[in-house]
Design a protein around this ligand. Structure first.
Ligand SMILES: CNC(=O)c1cccc(C)c1Nc1nc(N2CCN(c3ccccc3Cl)CC2)nc(N2CSC[C@H]2C(=O)NC)n1
Length: 184
């Protein structure tokens, strides 16, 4: 069944603060359908016609806990600064190494499970190396930087019950270390 925005749980729902369970591989038919559904949502939400037709709030990433499925699955569909498309649906994504350097979106972050603007910079690893398993059962590793790195970290946080605003400084939401890379 097609995932729509009403299937997305909102902050305050306890499932958003749980640590999601590893998916047993090879994945079951049901888990494959859920993961494929996450990617389909993100792609549909970026298509003006589909978004309009089904009232989809646009996103570039979505994690299974956001549809109340506490399993380690994420989908990302985003273009980087050079227009390279990163379209992935992964079981059990894991950050295996990361830069010391940080980066952040100068416009702040939004989340499909958060129906309000939360101003502030969200400091994240500038570069990450991650592993995961695709819908076809292939184990892959990805080296990411820029906006794709930000989105994957935002979605992997959801698997650990972390919301983007947990990273925003309480004292001054717009403080960021001097050497952090600004992503416009
Ligand atoms: C508070 N300021 C802001 O929200 C914010 C404000 C301005 C710029 C940015 C860059 C901001 N930040 C931000 N904008 C996005 N979108 C930009 C618009 N886009 C989109 C919209 C319409 C059609 C197609 C598309 Cl593609 C959908 C995605 N997405 C995320 N995040 C954080 S990482 C996961 C990702 C996510 O999917 N969130 C739902 N952050």
């Amino acid at each position: 069944m097609m995932i729509t925005t009403k299937d997305i749980i909102r902050e305050g729902h306890p499932a958003l603060r749980k640590t999601a369970e590893e998916v047993q591989l090879p994945a079951s038919k049901e888990d494959k359908e859920i993961l494929a559904g996450l990617l389909e949502y993100v792609k549909n939400s970026q298509d003006p016609e589909m978004a309009e037709k089904h009232g989809l709030r646009p996103g570039i990433g979505l994690a299974a806990p956001q549809i109340n499925v506490s399993k380690r699955m994420i989908a990302v569909h985003v273009k980087d600064h050079d227009g390279i498309l990163y379209s992935y649906a992964l079981f059990n994504p894991k950050i295996i190494s990361h830069s010391v350097e940080k980066s952040y979106l100068t416009a702040g972050e939004g989340c499909l499970s958060v129906d309000r603007m939360v101003p502030g910079y969200v400091p994240r690893h500038a570069r990450i190396k991650l592993s995961g398993t695709t819908l076809e059962g292939e184990k892959i590793t990805l080296k990411l930087k820029g906006l794709p790195a930000i989105v994957f970290q935002h979605e992997i946080d959801h698997l650990n019950g972390i919301m983007f605003y947990d990273h925003i400084s309480q004292e001054n939401p717009f403080t960021i270390s001097g050497d952090a890379i600004a992503i416009e």
